[in-house]
Ligand binder design. Sequence first.
Ligand SMILES: [Zn+2]
Length: 157
Amino acid sequence: MYEVRYGRSNVMHISGLPEATKASADGMRYAASACPAVSGLAFFATTTVALTTDDLAAAIAAARSRGRLCASCTKAADRAVAAKRATEPPAESGVRLDGDQIKALIALVATKHADTDAGTLAKRLLAGELTVTDQHVRKLVDALTEACVAQYMKETA
Ligand SMILES: [Zn+2]
């Protein structure tokens, strides 16, 4: 849970950002926020909540649209965004295929795009050397999309 807060100045802070340094025995103070300004009851008593959200990106956007996000909070927010990105799978293509469609996709890429990386992958999947994963399917769909777009551009050039 993140809270975008501001005091009398227009400097914005975000509470709830994870602290990068290890919490020590007296780490309670830091557990509240990565920003020194956002520690202690005084901060919470003297600031106003602009937004409460679980969405870090929304918290950052809200803070930046209202004023200047403090340097410590910016750093901590950037770290949190990078850490979150590192644990997330790559963006999905949004394409949902059933088993037969996936088989057809693999066969199509293996024959029509045999000389590409995706073609090699498709051939290995066909041969049963690899187990089909969502990532493989995505790679094949992407390769096919790229090939189609390239072909279209060539035709319309
Ligand atoms: Zn701050």
